[in-house]
Structures are given as C-alpha cells and as structure tokens.
Design a protein around this ligand. Structure first.
Ligand SMILES: Cc1ncc(COP(=O)(O)O)c(C=O)c1O
Length: 422
C-alpha cells in the first residue's frame, strides 16, 4: 500500500468515526497517535494497514491470552463453520455439551454447570439473576472501583459513579463497599443480600489485587449470612493470574463464576456464568427457559471454547503466565526504583500489571509515547492514573525485556514533556 493510500484510508476511517461511530473516541485516538487502522494480528503482535507492527500489551483487555489467531482455535472454528454456524435450538447440541463438560473439568470445586452467552456483561446479568432466584433476596454488595460491565445489572454493581449517574435509577438495592476491607463487607452483607460480587483483581479499577484473607472472608461472610458469592472472572479466568481461575489463589470455591474474554480463545466472543447444582436447580429446575439466549452457546463459540481449553493446557499457558508475570513485575519494579518520584506504585498478579502515576495525564502521555515505540498499553477505565499491561500469556522472556526497555524510554520522554509543561 502506498503512503497516499494509507493516508486516504486513515482519514476516511477517522471521518466515518466522527460521522457514524463515536466522534469523541476518534479525537482520543488521533491525539494518542493511533489514527492508522489496524489490519491483522498474529501471536503477540498487531499490524496496522501500513504494515507497522505493535507488541500488544493491551490484549483486547485480556481477551488474547492465547495471542491473536491461535492456529488451533482458528482451525477448530473454521471446521465448525464448514459444518454449521448457528443452531436451530430445536435439537440437542453436542458442541454445547462438550464445551460445558470441558469447562466443568477446569472450573474449581462443585461448579459444574455453565450457561454460555456472548459477553462479560451478559455473564454478570445471568449471575445476578441466578443469585436472586436462588436466595429470594433483592440486594447486591460489590466493591468500589469494581467493574462488571455496562448493561443495567452490571453497571448497578460496578463501582464508579461517572458511568452510573446518567442512567439512574439502576437496580435499587446495591451497596458499594471499599475493596479489601473485611469489616466493611461484614457490615454490608445482611439477611436481604442475594450476593456479594467481587473481582479478585480489579482490572479496570487500577490493578488492585484482593488479598487471600479478603476473598476467604467474603466466602465465609456470605455463607454465614445465607448470601451467594459471585466471583467475576471475566478478566481473571483462563489463566490470566497464573491459575486457571483467580479465585483459586485463595483456595475458595464461589457459588457462581462469571467469565468471558479469553474463554473464546481470542477468536470468538464468548461469555459464561457457571455455578453449583443448588443455583442451577433454582434457576432452571422449574423452568428450563427461565434464562435464555439466541446466540449464546452457538457451535462456533463452543468450538472456540473447547479448542481454547485444550490449547491452554498444551501450551502450558497458565504456567508460562506465572513465570513471565514475575519477570514483568520485577522489570516494572526496577523502573519504579529508577523513577521513584513519578511512579507511585507497581502491582499485579500473573500477567496483569499496573503502574500508578501521580495524575492521569501522565498515563495518557505515556501510552502515546509507548505507541510511538510500537508498544500498546492501556489505562484503567475506573482509575486512569494506572497504566495497565496485559500481554498474551504466551509472551516470551525476550518480549518482556523489550516491553521494559520501551517503557523505560517512554517514561523518560513523558517526564521530559511533563517537566517542560510545568
Ligand atoms: C471483571 C469484568 N467484568 C465484566 C466485564 C464486562 O465484559 P464485556 O466488556 O465483555 O461486556 C469486564 C470488561 O472489561 C470485566 O473486566
């Protein structure tokens, strides 16, 4: 493609975004220097239409645990597409049965049943409904800065006002408590509580990791008060934290787990909520159509889930995540030592890592500076002071070294820019 063609396609796409998609987002992308559209992706890399290659540490906000277009997952989906794309819903689906069986094998404890849907927020909606019908109670307790999606239920239990204010009234009985604060949780959960919903790692909240004691307390408080515990593993599921599910770090078994993102192997959009027999009997025991979906659990999605589980095992992606995660965190800690006045904190678990800066403008300048150096990083939606790195779990030691050295240069440049502005 010639430079002229690249410019024409880029300009036309930005103009269409301004006219038909999201004008403010078009401005952000242009400001950050990302005005050339992406074209293709492979493994840990994304290529734009000019052929420029970016090391992807945004990873579709956690969707690309197996990297982009993992060959085994792509092959499984293509094979299925040649047979049948969507189901009539009249017959049994072997694909759905197989996918749910494979999920049960990797899910913790007695969580054996799964409902497949199309996104994380849908998984949360299902989980909230399941908790209500199981307990007959109306109230939900969740954490400040938690993120559970942007449909009404997910938004109601999410913990940042700016995304909620304009859409009120939301679900009526919800309470947001400080994260990692056992006594606040203890006070909030009462005989009206259907469920506590928590992430073990607040991704959009700014990479805040729950302590094992907090997750264990959440388990025992909910048990004591007759409420359910939902762990939202949309981001942390499927190996992202160095275990198949993040809740395994604390050794607890929730009543319901939600998941999405990496579930479809980075090829198909798939979400799911999974639960124990008690919850499933309450939700579907009297009426199998109490919760349903047209596209959820379609055969293409199921083929992707099955292949993703198999490939995650074969590639030892969960084990690699643990080792490379430690390397990434150590590298970031080194940068914190080098720039102590600028980097307030470095934290993470597995391959989700965050660097917290004094203010959010530094984060956006840094992301732009990384982009100039062909590295993609993101800031956290509910805490933009935190720049987040979430590379594929298949990332190599050399690639992590590259990430750290690019960050080093980009931080130095950002500091120089900010110092000139002061
Ligand atoms: C923990 C958590 N729950 C729910 C969601 C919503 O998922 P989706 O964007 O697929 O609706 C997200 C998305 O980032 C998430 O991180």
């Amino acid at each position: 493609m010639t430079e002229k063609e690249i410019e024409r396609i880029s300009d036309e796409t930005i103009a269409k975004y301004r006219k038909y998609v999201n004008p403010a987002y078009a401005n952000i992308l242009q400001f950050s220097g990302f005005s050339v559209p992406e074209e293709r992706a492979e493994g840990c890399y994304i290529y734009d239409i000019s052929g420029r290659r970016f090391l992807d540490c945004v990873g579709g906000y956690g969707a690309f645990s197996l990297g982009h277009r993992n060959p085994a997952v792509v092959e499984a989906v293509k094979k299925q597409l040649d047979r049948e794309a969507l189901k009539s819903h009249f017959f049994l689906s072997t694909e759905l049965a197989d996918a749910c069986e494979a999920l049960a094998e990797v899910l913790p404890g007695d969580i054996d049943f799964s409902f497949l849907c199309n996104s994380g927020t849908e998984a949360v909606e299902g989980a909230l409904k399941a908790a209500r019908i199981t307990t007959g109670r109306p109230k939900y307790v969740s954490a400040i800065n938690g993120f559970h999606g942007k449909t009404y239920g997910g938004l109601s239990v999410s913990g940042r006002e700016v995304y909620k204010t304009h859409f009120k009234p939301l679900l009526e009985q919800t309470e947001n408590v400080p994260f990692n604060d056992v006594s606040a949780l203890e006070k909030a959960v009462d005989e009206n509580t259907a469920a506590v919903i928590l992430e073990m790692l607040q991704g959009e909240g700014g990479v805040n990791v729950a302590t094992n004691e907090y997750m264990q307390a959440a388990r025992s408080i909910t048990k004591e008060k007759g409420a359910l515990l939902i762990v939202d593993e949309v981001r942390t599921g499927f190996g992202r934290t160095g275990k198949w599910f993040g809740s395994e770090h604390s050794g607890i078994v929730p009543d319901i787990i939600t998941m999405a993102k990496a579930l479809g192997g980075g090829v198909m959009p798939v979400g799911a909520f999974s639960a124990n027999e008690r919850v499933w009997n309450a939700l579907f025991g009297k009426n199998p159509f109490m919760h349903s979906t047209t596209f959820g659990g379609n055969p293409l999605a199921c083929a992707a889930v099955l292949a993703a589980i198999k490939t995650t095992k074969e590639l030892k992606a969960v084990e690699n995540c643990e080792v490379r995660g430690r390397q990434l965190l150590a590298g970031l800690k080194g940068l914190q030592e080098k720039y102590p006045e600028w980097i307030k904190d470095v934290r993470g678990i597995g391959l989700v890592a965050g660097m917290e800066f004094e203010d959010e403008d530094i984060g956006s300048l840094l992301i732009a500076s990384c982009g100039k150096r062909d590295l993609l990083a993101a800031y956290s939606l509910n805490n933009p002071k935190v720049v987040r790195l979430e590379p594929p779990l298949i990332i190599t030691a050399e690639e992590i070294d590259t990430v750290i050295s690019i960050l080093d240069e980009a931080i130095a440049e950002t500091i120089e820019t900010v110092s000139e502005l002061i």
